[in-house]
Design a protein around this ligand. Structure first.
Ligand code: 5GP
Length: 259
């Protein structure tokens, strides 16, 4: 019997771990998440070959992590600024300067969360969703279409349109998507940076419905769980995957509590 504290980081190692776990709690092939456990012994195969180790999991490793991303939460805690009016500023890595490696991790996480869904296109909305959606689209191997905000609509029938009220600017704009880029054969994943009251996502859903395309799900970087958008989208039976859910935030203290 030996005690060997070890960190497992690859899917292959996790697979080996699953083999050794038999009918106990199994790991899903997560994004490279460090899994720490105590290796407490080996059993031997009858052919004398090397065996899958018998693992006694520490509590930390045996509980599946919640589906949102710890690295995103940590980054929000470190660099996010809580403003009056329930606005979270994440300009230094998401909305102005963009941390593309973080976007890549987010794209991979959505790919994992929407595995098995037949997604052939990502739809987002101008402007801050575009960067995240582009990197996610590379992870899915599909194109991105973004809904354009416009002051005047050209009503020649070539566009799907919806009205969207901006949460941060409190202004209603028409958003348009060309009929050339959305149609009944499309299976759409909506991606956006924030979910607050759900106006942006609902506008995109209206456009998808008008086009006859199928909505496969919604991927959000940061959901403000204390606002109504998330509950309304989930109530419609739509798969909504928010990578970080802010439960509460305080502009006076700067404190941010995650779900
Ligand atoms: P909703 O339409 O769900 O009310 O708001 C979502 C949109 O408003 C997102 O596309 C995002 O651009 C913007 N938004 C909402 N809340 C915030 C916030 O707290 N911070 C930032 N930076 N943008 C937000």
């Amino acid at each position: 019997m030996f005690i060997n504290k070890r960190k497992y980081s690859t899917n292959a190692e996790q697979g080996q771990l699953n083999g050794g776990l038999k009918n106990q709690q199994k790991f899903t092939p997560d994004t490279p998440k460090m899994i720490e456990f105590i290796q407490c012994g080996c059993y031997h195969r009858s052919d004398g070959g090397s065996s899958a180790p018998v693992m006694k999991m520490t509590e930390k490793a045996s509980i599946k992590e919640p589906e949102h991303m710890k690295i995103l939460e940590e980054r929000i805690r470190k660099d996010g600024v809580v403003k009056e009016g329930n606005v979270l500023k994440v300009d230094s890595f998401l909305n102005h300067q963009m941390d593309v490696s973080l976007f890549h991790e987010m794209g991979l996480e959505w790919k994992r969360l929407f595995e098995g869904k037949n997604i052939n296109k990502i739809l987002t909305i101008e402007a801050s969703g575009i960067g995240i959606a582009c990197v996610a689209a590379e992870c899915f191997g599909v194109p991105v279409v973004f809904a354009k905000k416009t002051a005047s609509i050209n009503l020649d029938g070539d566009m799907y349109t919806a009205k969207v009220e901006s949460f941060t600017k409190k202004k209603v704009s028409d958003v348009i998507v060309s009929k050339k880029f959305l149609g009944p054969d499309d299976h759409i994943l909506i991606i956006d940076d924030f979910l607050a009251n759900g106006c942006a996502v609902m506008g995109l859903i209206d456009i998808i419905n008008a086009s006859g395309a199928t909505l496969e799900g919604v991927g959000i970087a940061i959901e403000k769980g204390f606002q109504k958008g998330g509950a309304e989208i989930r109530a419609r039976g739509i798969q909504l995957e928010s990578l970080a859910i802010v439960e509460s935030m305080d502009a006076t203290t700067g404190e941010i509590v995650f779900h």
